[in-house]
Design a protein around this ligand. Structure first.
Ligand SMILES: [Mg+2]
Length: 192
């Protein structure tokens, strides 16, 4: 199933551009909006995997839309901004924004950035799926998995996605928790 995306920008030409790049790359653009209110409605109705939101739009800004979504279970938000603003970046972080891109973006910057966002969303989902306990447990699992990923990347030449994939697959195949597999990697008793 392809990745679903909602795009929102008040400039039709930017939406057109984005849509073309996304469709060519195999994404499924399920909705388009020219202002913040419509974007919010579309995201709540369609629950896409990704929402690409312009910061400066009539009505709600992309940042306000991100904030209103709160802890939306499915959608990763990527902001599109005309220039890099330090204040905005800090606000974006607290609003749960997954990434931001500075316009004019290029296809070869946009697509890897979206892949990274989707990878992180899958990773978070996998970790949260394994850990049913308190928030500290999730943090602890993430901390151990991060350490193991670091070791795999440093000593075995893996990239981040390969490293996480190894931990996840090994956990499934051996019916262990990812945090235990991660400990074995860090302890040197398990090697790819
Ligand atoms: Mg705009």
């Amino acid at each position: 199933m392809s990745t679903t995306v909602v795009i929102a920008d008040d400039e039709a030409i930017i939406r057109l551009d984005l849509k073309e790049i996304l469709l060519e790359a195999g994404y499924d653009v399920v909705g388009e909006a020219g202002n913040g209110e419509d974007a919010l409605k579309l995201i709540r109705t369609l629950s896409p995997d990704l929402a690409l939101l312009d910061v400066k739009m009539p009505g709600k800004t992309g940042l306000e839309v991100a904030r209103d979504l709160g802890e939306h279970p499915r959608t990763s938000v990527v902001l599109l901004t005309a220039f890099s603003q330090r204040d905005m970046i800090e606000e974006a972080r607290t609003a749960g924004v997954a990434a931001y891109l500075v316009k004019p973006f290029r296809r070869h910057e946009l697509l890897p950035a979206l892949s990274t966002v989707l990878f992180r969303a899958r990773e978070t989902e996998a970790i949260e799926g394994e850990v049913t306990g308190a928030a500290e447990d999730k943090l602890e699992t993430r901390r151990r998995v991060e350490a193991a990923k670091g070791a795999l990347m440093e000593h075995h030449g893996m990239d981040e996605e390969e490293a996480f994939g190894f931990i996840q697959r090994t956990a499934m195949a051996t019916r262990q928790r990812m945090r235990d597999v991660a400990d074995q990697v860090v302890g040197g008793t398990l090697q790819p």
